[in-house]
Design a protein around this ligand. Structure first.
Ligand code: GLU
Length: 532
């Protein structure tokens, strides 16, 4: 049997003919139109379970919801789905909200911020779920189930033995009212199950197009209220989406097959469902599951490693979809303005974390160029320098704001994280280098002459040290040495300035350190070379 319906597409509102029936789904997996039009008040939610800490996959789902909300002047809601009390992880709930704030995708309504349709923690909404479950029982859409865990386990084992997928056999569906009452009166432990009906309607997913899963054919009736009085995910999720007035459910594609079940529940309750859009999963670049191979995909570990939140947002949207072009360096405002939901594809998003340093480099440069952000970077770097070099700093001047700003501007575009600047390669910026007269002698016998030329040069230039001028000066100066070539002169100067054989150009080192400090270092060179 099939029913012919006139329907309008949720996005383009073009009227179209759709055949909905038991055996036929209209163009499954096809989208009706290529442009998504969003109408009405937009309210979207990110609904993680605090059974673990926020990882990249979760952040990506939250981010698409955030972008969607901001693009359509709506609200982004954080709801914590903590109904599985046995799997809660201590500190995860707090940390998820902290990480969203840190990442720059703060919720408008959340457990911490509150909001008009809270509470936003499911364990604080238990009455609502039990009222709804009772409503379903009264209307005959749900029923009490008294099957013992032993019976269910037996069913499971038998199914597995005969090579079938375990499913509940719906036995308690058929209990008479007086039998149910007797068991309830005796206080028999029970759950409430939702009666799955055949005849699921197809729905149009924003990403996957027309979809329908005839759940009653493959599943037993699902539990909606557990024996401990807590709801299961399926009930709590739709009750909250309804009462929180969620307009669009944007969630991972692993939930696509549950949506038909949810729609049956909406229908049983007489509620209008939200629009669904299932986001393709985030995978490693070789297509393997993200959490399997990548140990450190937790947002806290990126934060600890000095990754900038905007670099994380950029990389997770770059590998996926929802934009007309892939382009590095987009910040949240650009992500919002360039977002195009009709460009979300059904392919998994392949993430190449090896590119993360490059994303970080680009975004660090952008931060340095923004004076307000730069001030924050300066404070952060001051703290890191103190932590890394506290005991060795001879000159407090290196902690001065102007000095650090100069270093940042000279190194931007070269460094991939702030942390790099406190690594041994850059310790010369904070601590005077140590080198020996033997090292000096091994490079050239003209070291005293070169040191004197440098000291004279610095005196002439005064405070006016610029990269261009110094590059010219250094070339000119190396012509004044008899037996030492330009390359050797540079090696010597680099040794005196940093104690290293590699690093930024000598001119850049000089500009960042400033005249007083370089004079000090060349005087030491003079001293050591005279004694060698
Ligand atoms: N609590 C579910 C999860 O952890 C939410 C799924 C949904 O967004 O509906 O993924």
């Amino acid at each position: 049997m099939s029913v012919l319906l006139r329907r309008s597409c949720r996005w383009c509102h073009l009227s179209r003919t759709e055949v909905v029936g038991l055996s036929q789904v209209d163009a499954p997996g096809r989208r009706c139109c290529s442009s998504v039009q969003v109408q009405g008040e937009v309210r979207v939610r990110f609904a993680p379970s605090p059974t673990g800490f926020l990882h990249l996959g979760g952040l990506r789902t939250a981010l698409y919801n955030y972008i969607f909300a901001k693009k359509y002047a709506g609200a982004f809601i954080l709801r914590l789905e903590d109904t599985d009390q046995s799997r809660l992880v201590l500190g995860a709930a707090e940390s998820i909200e902290d990480m969203l704030e840190w990442a720059g995708v703060p919720p408008d309504e959340s457990p911490r911020r509150g909001g008009p349709l809270g509470p936003y923690l499911q364990s604080h909404r238990l009455d609502l779920y039990s009222q709804t479950a009772q409503q379903l029982v009264r209307s005959g859409h749900a029923y009490y189930c008294f099957c013992s865990p032993q019976r269910l386990e037996l069913l499971r084992k038998e199914a597995l033995r005969s090579g079938q997928t375990p499913r509940y056999d719906n036995r308690c569906r058929h209990l008479r009212a007086d039998q149910v009452q007797e068991k309830l009166d005796q206080g028999t432990s029970h759950v409430i199950r939702f009666r799955l009906e055949a005849g699921v309607e197809s729905f149009q997913d924003l990403v996957f197009g027309w979809n329908r899963h005839e759940v009653a054919q493959v599943e037993g009736d699902p539990v909606v209220m557990k024996a401990d009085g807590f709801p299961t995910y399926h009930l709590a999720n739709i009750v909250d989406d309804h009462h929180m007035k969620i307009s669009h459910v944007l969630r991972g594609s692993e939930w696509l097959i549950s949506t038909s079940k949810h729609l049956l529940m909406y229908r049983a309750l007489g509620w209008k469902p939200p629009t669904f859009g299932h986001l393709p999963l985030l995978m490693n670049k070789d297509g393997s599951k993200l959490s399997k191979r990548q140990g450190d995909i937790f947002i806290q570990s990126f934060q600890r490693d000095g990754v900038l939140p905007e670099a994380l947002l950029d990389i997770t949207t770059n590998c996926g979809s929802g934009f007309n072009t892939n382009q590095m360096g987009r910040r949240i405002d650009e992500l919002i303005s360039q977002f195009n939901p009709s460009k979300i594809t059904t392919h998994s998003a392949l993430l190449d974390l090896e590119n993360l340093p490059e994303f970080n480099r680009i975004h660090l440069q952008q931060r340095i160029e923004d004076e307000d952000q730069c001030v924050l970077l300066i404070k952060d770097l001051q703290r890191q320098v103190r932590e890394a070099h506290r005991a060795e700093i001879q000159e407090e001047e290196v902690l001065h704001e102007d000095y650090i700003r100069r270093v940042l501007h000279l190194r931007k575009g070269h460094i991939t994280s702030l942390k790099e600047l406190v690594s041994p390669n850059y310790s010369y910026l904070w601590v005077r280098p140590s080198f020996t007269s033997q090292q000096v002698a091994a490079l050239t016998a003209e070291a005293p002459h070169i040191a004197l030329l440098m000291l004279k040069l610095i005196e002439e230039r005064g405070q006016q040290l610029t990269l261009d001028q110094l590059s010219t000066d250094l070339k000119r100066l190396s012509k004044q040495t008899k037996a030492t070539k330009y390359r050797e002169v540079m090696k010597l100067l680099r040794l005196a300035l940093s104690g290293l054989q590699q690093g930024p150009s000598v001119a850049e080192m000089m500009v960042s350190l400033g005249p007083a400090e370089i004079s000090h270092r060349f005087q030491k060179l003079l001293l050591l070379s005279e004694t060698s």
